[in-house]
Ligand binder design. Sequence first.
Ligand code: A3P
Length: 295
Amino acid sequence: MASLDVTETFHGIAYPGHLCTKETLQNALRFPFQDTDILIATYPKSGTTWIQEIVTLVCNRGDPHLSQTVENWARAPWLEHFYAPALLETSSQCPRILTTHLPYHLMASALQGSKAKVIYVSRNPKDVAVSFYHYHKLAKFLPEPGSFQDFLNAFLDGTLNFGSWFDHVKGWICPTVAVDNLLHITYEEMKLDLRSSIERVSSLLQCPLVEEEMNSCLKHCSFDSMKNNRMVNYTSVAPEIMDHTKGSFMRKGKAGDWKNLFTDEQSRHFDSIFRSRMQDCSLNFVWEAPTEDED
Ligand code: A3P
């Protein structure tokens, strides 16, 4: 694959050239969905790996074998990543679990008319910005983040890799034409009530779980289990690609951690941009998780 410092610009959005080329991005736009497919769509750092684990466990009725033996990117590949076609060609997994960070407007035509089930996970954008900032320090295929203030400006301007959080969320959850079979779930809902979040996923996937299966799902997708699972914690990725001395992928797993990094002024500025960018989105987000421990 291309060297780590290449950026691919596609439809005005930057993507890491280490993972995507124009051709792989273009292929994702024409992806031939099957009606049994499950597509996970997220802006990075919104809980992608967590929902990949939940979906894997639900599809396997709580049996952790697959989630403990196959890496998440191999069992729920990103459509836009270079390795996806080869993996999918040889996979016998059914239903297929697919992932994308692409915005809705780019995926819309491939999804049109498909019965594929879509799960969109969103997260408090302040926590996304903080998680993404730390991630930029360890992921060598992303640019150096600079100061948090610089990074935050780029996040609000939508110039980071993967584009604007505002456009991504609005595109998927307030689209002009409703997406069929779409479940929107938030990271904070999963934090507050993981059981009912898993129930919503199992209901979408028409995969009801008995109590024992549910308990197994709950156990294996807890933060502590996932932090120690090499198939999802990215510790097997070579240090040239992820510098594990700079932090861990499974960092804190909290809602509201932004309060430890944002200044009051940054938070006020963020709120005012949020109000103006999201005024055309009728969804009322609930981001405060009252049961969270403060640091
Ligand atoms: P933090 O950096 O805030 O800890 P993604 O998978 O979309 O890249 O998101 C990564 C974020 O989700 C990280 O957030 C990570 O710790 C968090 N995460 C992953 N699994 C989790 C879990 N089981 N419970 C809570 N948070 C989880």
